[in-house]
Design a protein around this ligand. Sequence first.
Ligand SMILES: O=C1O[C@H]([C@@H](O)CO)C(O)=C1O
Length: 572
Amino acid sequence: MVRVALSQCIKILIFFTLYLFVSSVDARIRRYKWEVKYEYKSPDCYKKLVITVNGKTPGPTILARENDTIIVELKNSLLTENVAIHWHGIRQIETPWFDGTEGVTQCPILPGDTFIYEFVVDRPGTYLYHAHYGMQREAGLYGSIRVLLGDGKTEPFPYDHDRSIILNDWYHKTTFEQATGLSSLDFDWVGEPQSILIQGKGRFNCSSPGIDAGLCNATPSECSPYVLTVIPGKTYRLRIASLTSLSALSFEIEGHNMTVVEADGHYVQPFVINNLFIYSGETYSVLINADQDPSRNYWASAKVVSRQNTTPNGLAIFNYYPNHPRRYPPTVPPRGPAWNDTAPRMSQSLAIKARQGSISPPPPLSDRVFVFLNTQNKVNGYVRWSVNNVSFNLPHTPYLISLKENLTHLFQQSLPPTGYDFVNYDIYREQDGNGTTSDSIYRLDFNTTVDIILQNARQLLQNRSETHPWHLHGHDFWVLGYGDGKFDMFNDPKKYNLVNPILKNTVPVHPYGWTALRFRADNPGVWAFHCHIEAHFYMGMGVVFEEGIEKVGRLPTSIMGCGDTKGWSQRP
Ligand SMILES: O=C1O[C@H]([C@@H](O)CO)C(O)=C1O
């Protein structure tokens, strides 16, 4: 009897060991050695200093399988500038200190220093990385993360080939000129971008008046359009991401429909579109059949929408093999939708639903509701962006460290407002615009469910309201609904989609509209939630959540060394 039980136990033990062995073989460690530095490049034909990773912008793509561990050894060779890199869409479960958000989860990486990021990519999907220090992202420090399904698993939609592109907007002024303008009493707005880049390539019109010809003489190979080569008859999964500093974009491929299948790492109930509206920080996968006349090439085009602009569309070549990849399509590039037509953008947002059976639906009720009024304000004469009239400032000591080490005097302890006077507030009225600044944060009870209603309004300096893409670190949220006008606390929650809402990490709030989200505060750490427009976050458009700080493991000393933690990076 005892012998039978013993042999049963041994069998279970052997099975379990084998299982552990197989699953650890499946998950791999992927090591990268990166050097970040300034170099002169001409992504849109105009020469400027850009930040490269191993000589490239966009930087190298991280290719991994779910549950792989990514180790990036990052050398800051920027000479006179700090850096930090955020792994956008990766939740950093059990590694909140490697989220890469300077001031929130780590001290900046000083010039000459090497910092090692190490985290697990626990889910398949399309993600990004980019600088999260000052307004540095827009200098070119960004790239793709593509996480494939584990071995032996198959996607719920067939395709022959997998490709990634990142869309970006491009300015010729430096980050420093822009930041100085935004922080001056004599406010100098960054304006509209000079070019749109598709996978790091664009074309600025060098014969525009006032352009220094010496800065605009790149070789044709340096400023030729990006080429996406396809084989006639094949189906392509195209992963499209946006890391624009400002612009909302509409992307299309002349003559080809696209079927949307993934958003921010989650399967979408497939739907067919002619053009994809995409906001900074979002990622999508679309399926494209190369089923058009194969004797020619086609234009891929990215157009700025939501803001009045004169930025030319970004163009790439959708090249049917074996046509010459540099042969321009014989047609005029598609013009794209009108910049100020908000209805199709709202309807595309509403069309994005979770694929059947792909995610668990949200809990039917939340424990807490925050209403976040988005306004442009003046604080002591300076133009800022605010949430409930409070404009966010980063502290000198990152929150994760001050909270974990009980140094709570290092930031304002009063809680930020959880709402505004939504009964009387008129979102269309001219704003009086006085606000305050604070570095206070929201403390969430661990494992509770939180609703956020983002409410847009008219901005201060112009008679309009613009789109803001909001990005949450450390989580995905269910997108419960979008609406026009002022959120109705009584009636709008009754219309929430609790059946198949998509999970995302970035979502737009449309002009004069609202967006409702729900998430579970179940990831111990300190997480930023902010507008992904580079200038807007810089001007204070963000908040920070803390949850389960007592459950956060021992912090690596490598994230320390700034503010009140000077010298701590040498701690044993
Ligand atoms: O922050 C901003 O400032 C300008 C404008 O409001 C003032 O020039 C603009 O369009 C922004 O998004």
